[in-house]
Design a protein around this ligand. Structure first.
Ligand SMILES: O=C(O)CCC(=O)C(=O)O
Ligand SMILES: [Fe+2]
Length: 369
């Protein structure tokens, strides 16, 4: 069945017209348009109660202060990063009031009429703004979601869209951005410590690192079992801090080939290792595939805060690891080049990080020279 959409409901992404899914969902369709039907997706999920590890930030910091030789929480973090690439972080120290304000402002933004949100539409060649990402052809399947993406730090990376936001939204994003950045740096240093990377090296690549946010809005869908809220992917960040904005669940991570739903703990963040940290850790820590599914009744909202390396940096396995462990498993690449490659493709699992891998043939050539 061909979908008839009023052109006013269309968003422009990379010179292509795509509908606002939120507006489409309001039309109470009986059958969803074929561009959203994902018969390529494995639907079964783990029935056992396997759960991602839970890390207590307070314990991690306290035991670090005492410099315990057997730091239990650090060992838990190492296990989580190596085996899962995902964990829930409790006692994270980001103030409750900022988190609540952020939730409120995001909900308010998506509740705006479409004409208002269109003022923030993503411009061609950009990734900041309201719309969708990773649309590269008129034929590809689309996700059942709209998003609002912003580069938040360092401030020179902010796009003009940022200053068009309401004062209260801007102030809240700034507060949240700062607190989350502080937390992210603490976690990155701990991960470095757990895997054997010197703190100075972590600081020099990430202290001035890029932070961006992706607010995801997944409307209810009359046929949720046919669509994907967000296609399976790994994040291009070093570390992602995900906040579940409302009650509806939907995040799943792929562990040993099986999709496992994540049930967010109250007042926790869901944290994951991204491609950049997989490369930086020389493959010791893994950036794991995840996706989100949608509900038939309720909307779902989340916000992912991505922390990456500095824009003018060079990305590759940490020197402290390569000198201690031998061969680098990934190439070195300019950070700008790495991100340009990421956004100019369809979102398909972990394939991007694998293009950075040094293959055995390249290895042989290097050894021979
Ligand atoms: O909505 C979610 O739970 C996942 C979001 C996500 O993976 C992302 O924005 O990269
Ligand atoms: Fe993600």
């Amino acid at each position: 069945m061909a979908m008839k959409t009023h052109t006013g409901d269309q968003l422009e992404v990379n010179h292509k017209k795509v509908p606002s899914v939120q507006e489409m969902a309001k039309k109470k369709l009986v059958r969803i348009p074929s561009r959203y039907v994902r018969d390529d997706q494995e639907r079964s999920v783990a029935s056992s109660n396997r759960e991602v590890p839970v890390i207590d930030m307070q314990r991690l910091i306290n035991s670090n202060d005492h410099d315990d030789s057997i730091n239990i929480e650090l060992q838990k973090l190492h296990f989580a990063a190596k085996e899962w690439g995902f964990f829930q972080l409790i006692n994270h120290g980001v103030s409750c009031s900022v988190v609540e304000k952020m939730k409120h402002e995001i909900q308010k933004f998506f509740d705006l009429p479409l004409e208002e949100k269109k003022k923030f539409e993503i411009l061609p060649g950009d990734t900041d703004g309201f719309g969708q990402h990773f649309v590269v052809s008129d034929e590809q399947k689309l996700d059942w979601a709209d998003l609002f993406a912003l580069k938040t730090a360092p401030p020179y990376l902010r796009r003009p869209i940022f200053s068009k936001l309401s004062l209260s939204f801007r102030a809240t994003i700034e507060e949240y951005s700062e607190e989350v950045k502080e937390l992210t740096m603490k976690v990155l240093k701990m991960l470095g410590k757990a895997v054997g990377i010197e703190e100075e090296e972590v600081k020099s690549l990430f202290e001035e690192g890029m932070q961006s946010m992706r607010m995801n809005y997944y409307p209810p869908c009359p046929q949720p079992e046919l669509v994907m809220g967000l296609s399976p992917h790994s994040d291009a960040s070093a570390l992602t801090i995900l906040l579940q904005v409302n009650e509806t669940e939907g995040l799943q991570v792929r562990k040993d080939g099986i999709w496992i739903p994540i049930i967010p703990l109250p007042n926790a963040f869901i944290v994951n290792i991204g491609d950049v940290f997989e490369i930086f850790s020389n493959g010791r820590y893994r950036s794991i595939e995840h996706r989100s599914v949608v509900s038939s009744e309720k909307e779902r909202i989340s916000v992912a805060t991505f922390h990456g390396p500095r824009w003018d940096g060079e990305l590759g396995p940490a020197n402290s690891l390569v000198t201690a462990n031998g061969q680098p498993a990934f190439k070195k690449i300019g950070v700008d080049e790495f991100y340009e490659g990421y956004f100019n493709r369809e979102l398909v699992g972990r394939t991007y990080v694998d293009t950075m891998r040094i293959t055995s043939t390249e290895d042989d050539l290097k050894n021979a020279s």
